[in-house]
Design a protein around this ligand. Structure first.
Ligand code: NI
Length: 135
């Protein structure tokens, strides 16, 4: 059996409540097991991505708060900086303050990852998801 360690983690209360509701509906009886599975998925994905090289295609989808000052123009600036790998983008106004944007990318995977990191680092960007395929 694998060695087990105990760690203390703090969570925003609302996030933990949402997580607990979800995992209960999925049939989990142990929060620890659900967190192990979640982290395992994250580790697998990041490890897979870190080992990639060469050209890939894919999409970056992000959810952001459009009322955050200067965020929209910052995000546009970042996209202009990476115009060599951006094929197209689609913007959806979800509500008064929220926007969804999907960017189609094609290019060296390390460049795609650099763009993702740039977008993620901005305050007001709530979530960024990357999906890539080898070509
Ligand atoms: Ni919008």
């Amino acid at each position: 059996m694998a060695e087990i360690v105990r760690v203390g983690i703090t969570f925003p209360r609302k996030l933990l409540a949402e997580f607990d509701t979800l995992i209960t509906n999925m049939g989990y009886t142990s929060r620890s097991k659900a967190i192990h599975d979640t982290i395992r998925t994250f580790v697998n994905k990041q490890t897979w991505l870190a080992a990639r090289e060469g050209a890939m295609v894919g999409s970056i989808t992000m959810l952001y708060n459009h009322e955050m000052r200067e965020l929209e123009s910052d995000l546009t600036d970042a996209q202009h900086h990476f115009e060599a790998i951006i094929c197209a983008s689609m913007h959806v106004h979800l509500s008064k303050g929220k926007c969804l944007e999907t960017i189609a990318v094609k290019g060296e995977v390390h460049e795609i990852k650099r763009l993702v990191e740039k977008l993620k680092a901005r305050r007001g960007v709530e979530e960024v998801k990357l999906n890539v395929f080898s070509i």
